[in-house]
Design a protein around this ligand. Structure first.
Ligand code: FES
Ligand code: FES
Length: 158
């Protein structure tokens, strides 16, 4: 099968990968770029573990065609930290015990980042709505909600 080249920004760096026709962005990221922070869960747009930002907007990479991100900017959880320094959301998740098995965490972080980027002072209801597309089978969601609110508060005090 012939492959199609796709060039895009990945966490601030230019990358180019060859993808099969119809390949998902999730496959391009994991198998082409080598970024395994977006996870494969349902593969059909219902669990949120594959969430990434495309040009700052939250998308499910498992149902996004890789070819559609040519020339665009893709952010994943792998790009959140700056060197050795964790992103405030990552720190808040750690401090609030918001990750257990951790499988949902990269998607949760990206959903939370999308929220805080557009709304730096969310209400609890805003947070719940923002992560409503992300399934967590471990935490009961409360620690995740608390972590996102804590990250928002810390950012406002910074
Ligand atoms: S793997 Fe993409 S939404 Fe479940
Ligand atoms: S921490 Fe296990 S699925 Fe969320």
């Amino acid at each position: 099968m012939s492959k199609t080249p796709v060039q895009f920004r990945h966490n601030g760096f230019d990358v180019a990968v060859f993808v099969d026709g119809g390949a998902s962005l999730l496959t391009a990221l994991r198998d082409g770029v080598g970024d395994t922070s977006p996870k494969f869960g349902c593969g059909q747009g219902t669990c949120g573990v594959c969430s990434v930002l495309i040009d700052g907007e939250l998308h499910l990479s498992c149902i996004t065609l890789a070819e559609t991100v040519g020339g665009r900017s893709v952010e994943t959880a792998d790009g959140l930290k700056a060197g050795a320094a964790l992103h405030p959301l990552q720190t808040a998740f750690m401090e609030n015990f918001a990750a257990q098995c951790g499988f949902c965490t990269p998607g949760m972080l990206m959903a939370a980042k999308a929220l805080l980027d557009r709304n730096p002072a969310p209400t609890r209801a805003d947070v719940i709505e923002a992560i409503s597309g992300n399934i967590c089978r471990c935490t009961g969601y409360e620690p995740i909600i608390n972590a996102i609110l804590a990250a928002a508060g810390n950012r406002q005090r910074a």
